[in-house]
Design a protein around this ligand. Structure first.
Ligand code: ACM
Ligand code: ZN
Length: 767
């Protein structure tokens, strides 16, 4: 009951914001964006008497739609075959129309008038996607699992013609590092369907756990599905274990249920059975298929285990064929994923069986042995009427012609494969690894690393620029990866998957030219209310509009963006985290002095975003200095030794001094060291100048005696910036830098008045 009241309150707030009142294209929020949409007059109102009219081919979809509409509306809508004198009034007609064959296997046409709704498509899948659009035309409360009072279930009059850009649209799910309950897999499938995705890539076997019942090899789950404990914290640096057993697997009955559930939603479940690497759980159960005797244990750490299948032993091939036989019985998917990634060859190099196999087959090395194994299973799967797909390592050492490639190490594997005539699914770790951070690691839950914000996902194009139009036809589509080392629960997986999954859905469904970030963010507002009502623990986007190290000379106003309707932004001006009691943002904030703005999004249900921070500095213009005599270039002082931050150079004795043209590491540097570079910069005209340093490790930059860029600390190559208001003439400029191992990088750039950002050129520098 409480939940029902809460939803009613949320939607009455939402109504005040005006975003559920239907009927112009700016309030219609379908994700992914349809190809074409025309908005008509008025709307259709769903009532308890509305009938869903189906044919033989659309009756399952009709049943699905009735079930989706029922909980929130409380209507038990009737699904019927058309009667002899069937009136179109107050009906939702689901119809196969072969005249619409231009829309392909998944396209549809949806027409809403004040009288009724017609969804027609050449295939049932299209009718299904038309129903998904219909659900998104209804108020977001339709996603509620309980009946919601006080809402008119109106659908704006529209005509939508729509079809997908790509045929492979999906998310991956790693259930091995952390087992995910069956109910969650089903919910994940429902969410895929809501986003018109059609593929679940289900990663079922790993070093850390085997999660699918194989009747012929019961120890795979008896032993292989249990690890005695799990490493705590970041796998790379941690030495601590939690001492808690982690286990779980899907029975064949579970798998059948999941596959059938997916099929009803036009989703193909592509199983991944990893070979020849990532196999430690399997060989813990059956050590006879490893190169050495064992014993092995299901791995308790993250990373890539050296303990792989023996590719020299005929028995391994038979074992894997037997496993695949049962997998093929369970999964009707044309594509079967065999992994193929990250297989260390250390054991094979020392294994007599593997070495004998290399000789016997006339192979040149262990890479060709891997290729031999993959080709074997390509042939095996082809003989069973299926197709092999694997991670891009399967290209190494040659690939069987029918096999498809999943490009994860950037785009290059995909490009190479498409050029060689292989079909490709794009899954690059640059744009589709949803296990990467989506915000500042300081305020996000522990992740594997990387940085993949929502906007970067949205910017992705699955067709690499390097491909010709003909080669691009091999790109089947793209998918997002949810590796679960650092994703221990379903709630956390939802947090990582959405809203990035919504952005990816638009990347793979919508036309490239129709994609527009601002428009997407506008529609996302309503879509997040939809997901919230459905109980999805998505990441709440933080308010947009804040800037770091922004300077101003007179007054300035800062405009924040409330990320979605029904949410509020609260902020502080004293650097503290906003709470429920902080002021609500309504109008642009006027600044007259140095200020830190900290803002968070608060949803009506109490969920909040992480804090976003902007720093603003009021600056007075700096006067130039008078210098009698100058020479070109900057002077440097080079200091040997180990530093953890930019040192106080005044206390140190340099090992070397000299002059060079511009900023950079004198002589390239060697070992651990620090450098001070100093001179004057010639400023051509009055204005606000932005300076940048990119460094590995830390750097600091002073102009006119002020610290403008603080990029200090031990870190890999990263850029920081800052601003200063300068009058024309000469201004002192100084850079401090240190190197403490790893790459040596120091670049100094600036952006002047009406000019592009570039490296500070030598002709601006004197000493
Ligand atoms: C992968 O991320 N190892 C495919
Ligand atoms: Zn071996």
């Amino acid at each position: 009951m409480l939940k029902k009241v809460l939803i009613a309150v949320v939607f009455s707030i939402a109504l005040q914001f005006g975003y559920v009142s239907a009927a112009d294209s700016s309030t219609i929020s379908i994700i992914p964006k349809p190809v074409a949409m025309e908005v008509g007059e008025g709307c259709f109102v769903l009532t308890a008497k509305t009938k869903i009219i189906v044919s033989k081919e659309t009756s399952d979809v009709g049943q699905f739609l009735a079930e989706k509409l029922s909980p929130a509306t409380g209507y038990g809508l009737k699904v019927k075959k058309p009667g002899l004198f069937q009136s179109k009034k107050n009906t939702v007609i689901l119809k196969i129309n072969s005249k619409l064959s231009d829309l392909g296997d998944e396209g549809y046409k949806l027409t809403v008038s004040q009288k009724g709704i017609l969804i027609e498509a050449p295939k049932a899948a299209g009718v299904f996607y038309g129903c998904q659009s219909l659900l998104q035309l209804l108020p977001p409360a339709i996603m509620s699992s309980q009946s919601v009072d006080g809402i008119e279930w109106s659908v704006p009059a529209v005509e939508i013609t729509d079809k997908p850009r790509f045929q492979w649209r999906g998310l991956h799910m790693d259930v091995c590092r952390h087992y995910m309950p069956k109910e969650f897999v089903l919910k994940y499938i429902d969410l895929l369907a809501l986003h018109k995705m059609n593929t679940l890539h289900w990663h079922l076997t790993e070093d850390q756990g085997w999660r699918i019942e194989i009747k012929k090899y019961p120890k795979l789950t008896e032993i292989g599905s249990k690890r005695k404990e799990t490493i705590v914290g970041h796998g790379g640096s941690s030495r601590t274990f939690d001492g808690i057993e982690h286990s779980g697997f899907y029975t064949q009955q579970d798998v059948k249920e999941i596959v059938a559930y997916a099929k009803k939603r036009f989703i193909t479940v592509v199983p991944e059975i990893e070979m020849p690497g990532h196999a430690q759980a399997a060989i813990s159960a059956y050590p006879e298929y490893a190169c050495t005797e064992g014993p092995f244990e299901v791995w308790t750490k993250w990373g890539v285990s050296d303990n792989v299948y023996c590719a020299g032993n005929e028995a391994t091939y038979i074992f894997l064929e037997n496993v695949l036989d049962e997998v093929l019985e369970l999964f009707p998917s044309k594509f079967i994923h065999v992994g193929g990634d990250e297989c260390p060859k250390t054991k094979w190099k020392k294994c007599p069986k593997c070495q004998a196999k290399i000789k016997q087959e006339g192979l040149h090395n262990e890479h060709e042995l891997q290729s031999h194994l993959i080709k074997h299973f390509d042939k095996y799967l082809t003989s069973k009427g299926r197709r092999l797909i694997g991670w891009d390592e399967i290209l190494e050492g040659g690939l069987a012609p029918g096999a498809a490639v999943m490009s994860w190490r950037g785009e290059s594997g995909g490009i190479k494969a498409a050029k060689a005539g292989h079909d490709v699914t794009m899954a690059p770790n640059s744009h589709t690894y949803f296990d990467h951070y989506q915000g500042d690691p300081k305020s996000e839950p522990l992740a594997i690393g990387g940085f993949l914000p929502l906007k970067k996902v949205y910017s992705y194009d699955p067709i690499p620029e390097a491909l010709t139009e003909e080669e691009a036809k091999h790109i089947l589509g793209a998918q997002g990866q949810l590796w679960s080392e650092y994703i221990p629960t379903p709630e956390h997986m939802e947090y990582m998957a959405y809203p990035r999954g919504a952005a990816l859905a638009e990347v793979v469904w919508s036309q490239k030219d129709a994609r527009n970030w601002d428009d997407f963010v506008g529609r996302l507002a309503t879509h997040l209310n939809r997901l919230d009502t459905y109980g999805v623990n998505f990441r709440v986007p933080e308010p947009a509009g804040l800037e770091q190290n922004r300077s101003f000379s007179k007054d300035m106003t800062v405009e924040l963006k409330v990320p979605f309707a029904g949410a509020r932004v609260r902020y502080t001006l004293d650097g503290t985290e906003p709470t429920e009691d902080s002021p609500v943002y309504t109008d642009p904030i006027k600044l007259t002095k140095n200020t830190v703005i900290t803002a968070r999004t608060f949803m009506a249900n109490g969920k909040t975003s992480v804090a976003a921070r902007g720093t603003y500095r009021k600056v007075t213009p700096k006067d130039p200095v008078k210098v009698d005599k100058t020479e070109p270039g900057v002077s440097y002082r080079y200091f040997e030794g180990s530093y953890k931050s930019v040192p106080d150079f005044s206390k140190l004795t340099p090992a070397k001094t000299g002059v060079q043209e511009s900023f950079g590491i004198p002589g390239g540097g060697s070992g651990n060291f620090a450098v001070e570079l100093a001179g004057y910069i010639k400023i051509p005209m009055f204005g606000l100048y932005t300076f940048y340093t990119t460094s590995d490790d830390g750097s600091r930059l002073w102009v006119a005696g002020e610290l403008v860029v603080d990029n200090d600390g031990l870190h890999s190559s990263s850029e920081k910036s800052g601003q200063i208001l300068l009058k024309p003439g000469l201004h002192p400029i100084k850079v401090g830098y240190f190197e403490a191992g790893g790459a040596k990088v120091l670049k100094v750039g600036y952006q002047g008045i009406g000019a592009k950002k570039k490296a500070v050129p030598a002709n601006m520098l004197v000493h």
